[in-house]
Design a binder for this molecule. Sequence first.
Ligand code: HEC
Length: 153
Amino acid sequence: MPCVVRHCGAILALVLGCHAEAAGDDDAGSESEGGSESEGGSESDGPSEWSSLDARPCPEDSILSWESFGGPYMLSYCTSCHGSALPADMRQKAPVGLDFERVEQVRTHADRIWARAADQNLTMPPAGAPGDEERALLGEWLACGAPLAAELE
Ligand code: HEC
């Protein structure tokens, strides 16, 4: 219904308007957008929303590495389906060849991983997605180029 769309527009304008007046600065540190009326509208209720991995900033002082973060994250949440050692019938329909146990694989698919699993994106893993903070760290690590520990020094 068109009236629904108009309604949302009005609310959104109000929310955004208030934000702009209250915050008054640029949108760099948008960590704090907690508004339940934000435009994503799905289950997500707080994480910052960037339109793509390219738009997602890398904090200058990021210390996340493949060893300390990315690898363990993939192991905890992804490689039980996206693992090259898994027989085809154990992948729970994860596309064959889309595997994340090596940093090169993650870098190759960083855009798609971000769009499904990091920051406001909640569709991977299909069930039991980690919390907002963990997904924000994944977004940060990917945005910084998915570095190895040695590349941070
Ligand atoms: C329970 C099994 C399972 C787990 C765990 C899982 N996935 Fe998936 N993944 C799938 C299936 C099934 C598909 C294909 C259907 C789809 O795209 O939704 C898929 C598709 C994808 C795609 C889409 C590729 C494309 O076509 O663009 C990406 C990216 C992805 N997964 C990333 C991840 C990441 C990152 C994690 C961990 C945070 C993860 N998945 C955890 C089963 C899983």
